[in-house]
Ligand binder design. Sequence first.
Ligand code: TRP
Length: 338
Amino acid sequence: MNKEIILTGDRPTGKLHLGHFIGSLKSRVELQDKYNQYIMIADVQALTDNFENPQKVRDNVLELTLDYLSVGIDPSKTTIFVQSLIPAIAELTVFYLNLVTVARLERNPTVKSELKLRKFSGGIPAGFLTYPVSQAADITAFGAHYVPAGEDQAPMIEQACEIVRKFNLVYGETLVEPKIILSKTPRLVGTDGKNKMSKSLGNTIFLSDSADEIEKKVMSMYTDPNHLNINDPGNTKNNPVFIYLDAFGKDKEKIAAMKAHYEKGGLGDVKVKRYLNEVLQEMLAPIREKREELSQNKEYIYKILSDGTEKAEKITSQTLAKVKKAMKIEYKEINNIK
Ligand code: TRP
């Protein structure tokens, strides 16, 4: 009955794509049977670098929920909730801010690389610089034992652990130190073969793409640039079409045979792409259909989010009470509201 707790989350800034599917969604579907899983829609964190685009963030709360449910995240096993509806997270963030230095935040490698990409023109927003503290609050509010995430999130978990240790040292043993469950799959390359799949680079295949969009994207994918004639030997290693076949294809024998043929020469790109298109169409059709169906029933989606948020509220307010007690700011005698 007492399953360990895991917490993960996504910023609601866009629909989810094949990179998310292979990197996190599939494992979440497995993890929900073994753990008590919470998935957070990190709207507050999304606003740290999208504060001028509130509508985008709001719209994507619904899109993310649809993506989760359509791939098989089951709301009877996984609690899905919205970050901004959990006040305890904001309160914990304020307390934890005392336990980190500005210099330490500036050294966080994830923050550093994101700052390079974002190029905030009017200076670094304090909310952005300190979002790792807020993420530590997300994790510890639930007493999460594990955080399943990609390599890019490792510095976030490390910083959360430092905050936990500092808190427990100063105020007494209160918070749980989380561990990362590193994603087994490396970052999926985009259809352009140059970069990781990312919506800002326009090299994505979304879970919600139509059959036509998928076909168009697959047929215009980058392959081996040196494979000019069908009979030339081709490279399958850095070739996104084969990388996708390895990631999503079920018929491993057929794929191995195609690879050997391509490497030897004599197998054309169009044939390989047609097969990849088949594989992806078969995999994505049921997801898209379920997504379509769910999107017709918004009441159901909102009910899932409100039930999830209610559950998250309960567990996080318990943590907050413990934290306040440890910090000697519970004031029971002054305040009869809990
Ligand atoms: N930073 C994560 C991302 O950009 C999203 C996130 C917010 C998160 N809070 C979290 C992930 C807590 C894991 C745990 O993808």
